[in-house]
Design a protein around this ligand. Structure first.
Ligand code: FE2
Ligand code: FE2
Length: 169
């Protein structure tokens, strides 16, 4: 059984994950407007992953005897400057989410809530991956520049990404 404070914090995180999905879906629309279908695909897959993260938290709160209360999701930005700016924003956003996961871990430890702490370890590892991936593409975009052949090459690569549901444990 989770504490009320933990229940609230996990409900806040469900909103953060759903906002992430919304943000990446919005970024996908920008790429569609530029006919960069590969970048759009990558962002759509990213949005599905974030939705899956939210579902993982939702299942946990229910299993742990808490009550899920869905919150309003903010409107994400719809105007972006370039692929480079989008990946800068993505990296910034993932660092923000990492901070939120770390805050949850700190709360779980302070409450001796071992079950929640164990569940959160999956997200701690996942965030390392999320930041690394965003940074990798940002560096590649910096290398090839925002315009020209390089971007089309990256677009092909990003178009190959498919959604793989996260593991259940
Ligand atoms: Fe996430
Ligand atoms: Fe993420």
């Amino acid at each position: 059984m989770i504490s009320q404070k933990m229940e609230q914090a996990l409900n806040d995180q469900i909103k953060n994950e759903l906002y992430s999905a919304y943000l990446y879906l919005s970024m996908a629309q920008y790429f569609h407007s530029l006919s960069l279908k590969g970048f759009a695909n990558w962002m759509e897959v990213q949005a599905k992953e974030e939705q899956a993260h939210a579902e993982k938290f939702i299942s946990y709160v229910n299993d742990a005897g808490g009550r899920v209360v869905l919150q309003a999701i903010d409107q994400p930005p719809s105007e972006f400057e370039s692929a480079r700016q989008i990946f800068e924003e993505t990296l910034k956003h993932e660092r923000f989410v990492t901070g939120k996961i770390n805050e949850l871990v700190t709360l779980a430890i302070s409450e001796n809530d071992h079950a929640t702490n164990t569940m959160l370890m999956w997200f701690v590892t996942e965030q390392v991956e999320e930041e690394a991936t965003a940074d990798e593409f940002l560096q590649q975009i910096k290398l090839v520049g925002d315009k020209g052949h390089g971007i089309l090459m990256l677009d092909r690569e990003l178009g190959a990404r498919t959604f793989v549901p996260p593991t259940t444990n």
